[in-house]
Design a protein around this ligand. Sequence first.
Ligand SMILES: Cc1ncc(COP(=O)(O)O)c(C=O)c1O
Length: 364
Amino acid sequence: MFVPMIDLVGEYKKLQKQIQDALEKVFESGRFILGSNVEALEAEISLYIKTKFAVGVASGTDALHLALIAAGVGKGDEVITTPFTFVATTEAISHIGAQPVFVDIDPKTYNLNPSLISKKISKRTKAILPVHLYGQSADMDLILQIAQENGLRVIEDCAQAFGSEYKEKRVGSLGDIGCFSFFPSKNLGCYGDGGMIVTNDEEFFHKVKKLRAHGSEKKYLHSVLGFNSRLDEIQAAILRVKLKDADNCRKLRIKNAAEYTKLLKDKVVTPYKEDFALHVYNQYTIRVKNRSAIQEGLKSKGVASAIHYPLSLHQQEVYHYLNYTDQDLPQSTAAGKEVLSLPIFPTMTSEQIAYVCQCLEEFI
Ligand SMILES: Cc1ncc(COP(=O)(O)O)c(C=O)c1O
């Protein structure tokens, strides 16, 4: 049996007719940039996340970049974040001349450990940037409390967590600004690059709207230095179809994760779900000691797997200049050696899950 990490073609086939119809309408409209689909998607996403505003942008990376600028973070400022994430999280910080300040993770959830944040706050700290890793919310009450006490902005990296909840509130609606990615493998993914910023703050909304379109909300009037970072009509039309199926896909991912956990719980470290979280399993990530051998073994049986992430960001060459040691961030360093993501996607069958577990057992 062959089990891929994800099955984007299978998901497409399920919605083929609706997607083709939506695309046809875009092609026939002759409107490809900032048209009715982007506007409608923004309204639908803000309704779904329960924020007042949403702004479509070109990617999740751009969502973070523009959100940081809108929040007033700039040159010389510090942003507290996790080292155990995809590099895009900190790229956004570094590109505006600010500095990421790494706080270690909780070894059970792999999310930012809020109890370690306070001692990293300095006069230069401007914001906290938690990442809802693998689809599970960070511990937001504590993060928001620390931010409030210290006058800091909170920007949520929700790239892996569309539809995820913290105490029954959707991620993205908890901090000052939420940033989503529609990269194809995300829980709500398009067929190219795309992203979205959500917020309840009208001032941030207008700033981001300007920033994504060359610093302009009115054609040929440019009040700030902006970017070309627009979500396009084709991606928005696809996303509007997929959004209608997003809760169904979320349910299927949660069901698949439960099946995995039932079969694996006494054999490996399975994902830990906090009581406050509705985990949406963008990744189903286990923890094992002999990872290379297991990965090779799975591959020989036709089972894909992936490592999110083999190196903590403080270990990446691009961040060597920050001078962190592994001892400074022991939990993320250790996790990087042991985490292994197994295939998980909405159209995955129980037979595929059982096969992955059976193969895994052979190589543990
Ligand atoms: C945690 C995290 N942040 C940010 C991003 C960047 O999103 P994008 O690929 O849409 O730029 C990703 C996705 O790749 C991600 O996983």
